[in-house]
Design a protein around this ligand. Structure first.
Ligand SMILES: Cc1cc2nc3c(=O)[nH]c(=O)nc-3n(C[C@H](O)[C@H](O)[C@H](O)COP(=O)(O)OP(=O)(O)OC[C@H]3O[C@@H](n4cnc5c(N)ncnc54)[C@H](O)[C@@H]3O)c2cc1C
Length: 459
């Protein structure tokens, strides 16, 4: 008898899982159920000022192989583009300062450029240099990113460089994010070496010569990846607009319930956000409770279009970061038309303005008009913009960023144990668990497919 697998969630994780099962075991019946009318989840490309612009993820990192491998397999290499510039700025006491050369995830590895940048005070730069001489004070596992940086390099490096950068990737507070998961490069360097700077320098010597840019995106937006992946599946049982309401277990099968129907199957890949998985697994109380304990942060992204002549700043970089201490609603601004050459034209400038992060939901409480007004005032003030918006769009990403608190990996291992004992055949994958970036999600989709196929062998 042919086996049936249900994939719940049609983001990049669920789609990767679906594809992998199809590739490896075409005789296994796979059904994908997606709540919303479209596929892609947090990958969403729409038209803005006549261009294809991402409302969510706009690039992926190439230091890990999974996204680039998928692009190669889908024949998408020729559509990939890299950001035009790697320069970026940070706001310090209301003034924009260029980020110094030699940063690794916000950690300075060269002290002279750091001093010259005026991002931190001379005293704080000297404090950062203590890292070279301080004794090994690694406190063991479960350290936060903020904890690590504060003990090795002091508070200003943590508050003005590392938190704005790593915090903006995760919409998180780095004092509460697990160093090993949110910044593995820093954690490994700090664990293996007495000095964080020395550890990072050694890592960079070992890193293979960069043949590829560190980040890549698509000229037609990240939606191109989803669209091509879905096309590659050919005829496939993919049902959009079909929210799953519960997953239960019978004696020898699993049942996936939607508002309209129930599907009996042998295995389920649950590729929804963790807070949704918690609701669907109410029948497995232990796993559900642990899943609910994963916190999520919300972000509002406002895409703004201006006439080029109204913007007096040269926008000579990919964007700017706003540390918490500046007290603004804005957390970061991507200077989209400078970062992505295909967004640029001679008339307009496009900015993507982010607001909201863990511990700061002020922006999310505002109505769209109020939000746009408030962010416009802040951004216009910093970038010396004196014209009206030509076009704007608000994208709200509610509970979109899982927060990997220290010990998150043990929590996930415990949830997987709960499922093996009370709900065998259910596999979790996606941003809530083992990496939030697109490559990590693709990898989790693939891995969950492998685990599912291994499980089917045991039946
Ligand atoms: C604003 C923003 C910017 C980002 N920028 C980047 C970036 O530049 N680079 C990068 O690598 N990463 C970025 N990320 C992170 C990355 O986009 C996501 O972590 C990743 O796309 C998540 O994929 P996923 O498939 O695990 O989850 P999702 O994309 O959330 O997909 C889950 C799917 O499950 C569906 N679902 C939920 N509940 C149910 C249900 N009950 N029944 C059926 N379906 C259900 C949802 O509708 C959704 O489609 C960004 C994220 C955001 C929000």
């Amino acid at each position: 008898m042919s086996k049936r697998v249900v994939v719940v969630g049609g983001g990049i994780t669920g789609l990767s899982a679906f594809r992998q099962i199809r590739l490896q075991q075409p005789d296994v019946e796979v059904v994908l159920l997606e709540a919303s009318p479209q596929l892609g989840g947090k990958i969403r490309t729409t038209t803005f000022l006549g261009r294809q612009i991402d409302e969510g993820a706009d690039a992926f990192i190439t230091r890990v192989p999974w996204a680039i491998e998928l692009c190669e397999q889908l024949g998408l290499d020729s559509f990939l583009v890299s950001p035009a510039t790697s320069n970026a700025y940070v706001l310090v006491d209301g003034a924009l300062r260029k980020l110094p050369k030699g940063l690794v995830l916000g950690v300075p590895t060269k002290l002279l450029p750091l001093l010259r940048s005026r991002v931190i005070s001379p005293f704080a730069a000297i404090r950062a240099g203590f890292d070279r001489f301080l004794p090994d004070d690694w406190p063991g596992d479960d350290e936060s990113v903020g904890g690590l940086i504060r003990r090795r390099m002091g508070d200003q490096i943590a508050d003005r460089l590392v938190d704005p950068l790593i915090g903006s990737i995760n919409a998180g507070d780095t004092d509460h994010l697990d160093a090993a998961l949110a910044a593995p490069q820093l954690e490994t360097a700090a664990r293996r070496h007495r000095s964080l700077i020395a550890g990072l320098k050694e890592q960079s010597k070992k890193a293979p010569e960069g043949v590829r840019p560190v980040f890549l995106g698509f000229e037609l937006g990240m939606g191109k990846l989803v669209e091509t992946l879905v096309k590659s599946l050919g005829e496939a049982d993919i049902r959009t607009g079909t929210p799953v309401t519960a997953i239960t277990k019978n004696t020898d099968s699993l049942v996936v319930r939607t508002q309209q129907t129930s599907i009996e199957c042998d295995a389920v890949i649950l590729a929804t956000p963790a807070h949704q998985a918690a609701l669907l697994l109410a029948d497995c109380q232990a796993a559900s409770d642990r899943l609910s304990s994963i916190e999520h942060a919300s972000v509002a992204m406002v895409t703004m279009g201006f006439r080029q002549t109204d913007v007096n700043h040269p926008l000579d970089g990919s964007g700017m970061l706003i540390p918490r201490g500046e007290g603004l609603l804005t957390t970061a601004v991507s200077w989209g038309s400078s970062k992505w050459p295909h967004w640029a034209d001679t008339e307009h400038v496009i900015l993507r303005v982010s607001a909201g992060r863990a511990g700061d939901s002020r922006a999310l409480a505002l109505e769209d008009d109020e939000l746009v007004e408030a962010l416009l005032t802040e951004v216009a003030n910093i970038l010396d913009i004196n014209g009206d918006l030509v076009e704007w769009r608000v994208s709200r990403w509610i509970d979109a960023f899982p927060q990997y608190a220290p010990g998150h990996d043990r929590l996930i291992a415990a949830i997987e144990r709960d499922l093996r004992s009370d709900m065998s055949g259910v596999f979790l994958a996606g941003a809530g668990y083992k990496g939030i970036g697109i490559p990590a999600c693709i990898n989790q989709g693939n891995q969950s497919a492998e685990a599912t196929l291994d499980y089917l062998q045991t039946l």
